[in-house]
Design a protein around this ligand. Sequence first.
Ligand code: FAD
Length: 148
Amino acid sequence: MYADWAPQLTALIDACDGPFTPRTLTVLPVGLTWPPTAGVTLLGDAAHLMPPVGMGANMAMLDAAELALALAADRTDPFAAVRAYETAMFERAATAARASAAVMDIVISRDGARNTLDFFQSHDAGLPDRPGPSGGNPDAPLQERSLP
Ligand SMILES: Cc1cc2nc3c(=O)[nH]c(=O)nc-3n(C[C@H](O)[C@H](O)[C@H](O)COP(=O)(O)OP(=O)(O)OC[C@H]3O[C@@H](n4cnc5c(N)ncnc54)[C@H](O)[C@@H]3O)c2cc1C
């Protein structure tokens, strides 16, 4: 299965202590919601499992912080606090899940390595307010990065 992979990558697999086990990626439907239910809610992957492209843990921590803030802000009506949390979370999670699915499509596309590199390079060059390998200067030449 990995015969045509770069030796730098197969070396990582060879260096594993145990057998290499490919895992399937599971996601929840984008835009999943549920009717408000007193006394229970969901957060993190349980609420919005999405492709692993760098957002899931961040979304889970934000969910936890926002749910805690909502509950602390109105101690008289926890059900209303949970509903407020869910309303904002549903929209935020759907946006992140759509973006994650789009990035995953790039990663697993036929020319995925090249397309992924293009994706990150175009984002690095286009965000002058966020420091990247080019130091945040969109006019600076990108450092040459070669694929194996
Ligand atoms: C390969 C991969 C790479 C990722 N990379 C990133 C990344 O770069 N950045 C990012 O933000 N996110 C990333 N994620 C996503 C991130 O790991 C998850 O979104 C995050 O861990 C979700 O946190 P959680 O607390 O909701 O769920 P989990 O981390 O899954 O925690 C749930 C916990 O509940 C426990 N549990 C389950 N059932 C029971 C039970 N019945 N009783 C008691 N305990 C139970 C589980 O053992 C687990 O410890 C990645 C995910 C994967 C798979």
